[in-house]
Design a binder for this molecule. Structure first.
Ligand SMILES: NC(=O)c1ccc[n+]([C@@H]2O[C@H](COP(=O)([O-])OP(=O)(O)OC[C@H]3O[C@@H](n4cnc5c(N)ncnc54)[C@H](O)[C@@H]3O)[C@@H](O)[C@H]2O)c1
Length: 386
């Protein structure tokens, strides 16, 4: 793997100003641009859906160098990063954030200026069937990241979280950043716990922590266990489209690139110790999203199949990203209908990617969650497990 040379360390204020490169430093010497690197970012979970989008986007900025730490779980896929694999300002390190000593070694060698922490077990249904990996990665892994940061100080630590920590909201409520946390699933409880832990490291140890809470993401490269890619791939195959319960659960949809642009803005302009909501301003019931996918793919609505609801399924998420818009000028650019159509097009032209990620371990989960759903869920919610 090629490495970029580390330039002389920048002062903190310079880093903060230049970290998303909107204000580029003058290129003082080498024509290859290496001397223009002003910020080295460690990204965790950069082989996943959102992390890989962030890596691809950030590398478009000549001031940024990215080191991607990922364990490559079932959700981590280096094919998501094929387009940047040999980029001179990019490096991949396979590592588990649950390995504290390993993290310390990587940080001592890389000496990052900034960390964007995406790595997590990110799927609610998996967290219901098997909560332990959620505890390990989302809580212990985040704790390890924060502990590592105490020894290797950085300019920014962005902890990427979710609107699910606010739990289900009645109409017409919208969560701002002060809204009480009422998580419902092991996944959202793990994220809420890690948010609070991260913020405590700001209060107690003065670490430059920022927490972001985004709504439901969609777009290319999303693993087909999540609603939109699952429905798209089933529609392509003419298979039933399984909707949980009555399908009237409301989610706010955010295009993945808009999310990553927001994070870059926060790296640049966010304030330490703060929380920033990131929403797509587009709330829709799941059923409507599925109907739109059927319309785009030209498949009949008879493919819709209602299946047993998720235990503890939140009815409605809604959040306000007014603070982020006011402080950074960010707003989502992608209109949902256009984003959904281009997402369907992306999956249509990447059938090989779908075939690869759907093999093996994914198939086991899919059968557990859909083929034998009633039986498997019955066992999970009624029997205590060791
Ligand atoms: N997908 C959404 O709609 C959404 C919305 C808001 C917030 N988020 C948050 O954004 C982050 C990324 O979500 P995503 O949808 O891209 O997830 P994802 O499941 O697609 O990717 C997670 C990545 O983390 C890696 N990973 C998991 N455990 C690890 C470990 N122990 N050590 C190192 N790497 C590990 C995986 O290999 C994978 O590459 C998560 O923190 C999630 O909570 C997601």
């Amino acid at each position: 793997m090629q490495r970029a040379r580390r330039p002389a360390p920048a002062r903190a204020s310079e880093n903060a100003r230049h970290c998303n490169g909107t204000t580029e430093r003058p290129d003082t010497s080498r024509p290859d641009g290496y001397n223009r690197i002003s910020m080295k970012i460690i990204v965790t979970g950069g082989a996943g859906f959102i992390g890989s989008c962030f890596v691809r986007l950030a590398l478009g900025n000549p001031s940024l160098e990215i080191v991607n730490i990922d364990k490559l779980t079932y959700a981590g896929n280096l094919e998501n990063l094929e387009s940047v694999a040999n980029h001179p300002r990019y490096r991949f390190v396979r590592a588990d954030i649950c390995d504290l000593e390993g993290l310390r070694r990587i940080f001592a060698e890389v000496k990052p200026d900034c960390v964007v922490h995406f790595a997590a077990e990110s799927h609610v249904d998996r967290s219901i069937f098997a909560p332990q990996p959620v505890f390990e990665t989302n809580l212990r892994g985040t704790f390890n990241m924060l502990e590592t940061m105490r020894a290797h100080r950085v300019e920014r630590f962005i902890h990427v979280s979710t609107d699910e920590v606010y739990g289900s909201l009645e109409e017409p409520l919208e969560a701002d950043e002060q809204f009480p946390l009422q998580p419902s699933s092991p996944y959202s409880a793990g994220k809420a716990g890690s948010d609070l832990l991260a913020l405590s490291y700001h209060k107690t140890y003065k670490l430059p922590v920022i927490v972001t809470r985004a709504s439901n993401n969609y777009g290319p490269f999303q693993f087909p266990e999540k609603l939109i890619p699952l429905m798209i791939t089933h529609a392509f195959d003419g298979k039933p489209l399984p909707i949980y319960g009555d399908g009237m659960q409301i989610r706010d949809w955010l295009y993945v690139e808009d999310h990553c642009q927001a994070i870059l803005k926060i790296v640049e302009k966010g304030r330490d110790g703060e929380i920033y909501n990131i929403g797509g301003n587009r709330s829709l019931p799941n059923k409507t999203v599925v109907e739109q996918i059927l319309a785009i793919t030209g498949k009949p609505s008879s493919l819709i199949e209602y299946v047993a609801d998720r235990p503890g399924h939140d009815r409605r998420y809604a959040l306000s990203s007014e603070k982020l818009q006011r402080e950074t000028g960010w707003s989502p650019r992608m209109d949902f209908e256009r984003g959904l159509k281009s997402t369907v097009d992306w999956y249509r032209t990447n059938l090989e990617w779908i075939a690869h990620v759907r093999s093996g371990e994914y198939q086991k989960y899919h059968d557990q969650n859909y083929a034998n759903r009633n039986q498997e869920l019955g066992a999970v919610v009624s029997e205590p497990r060791p």
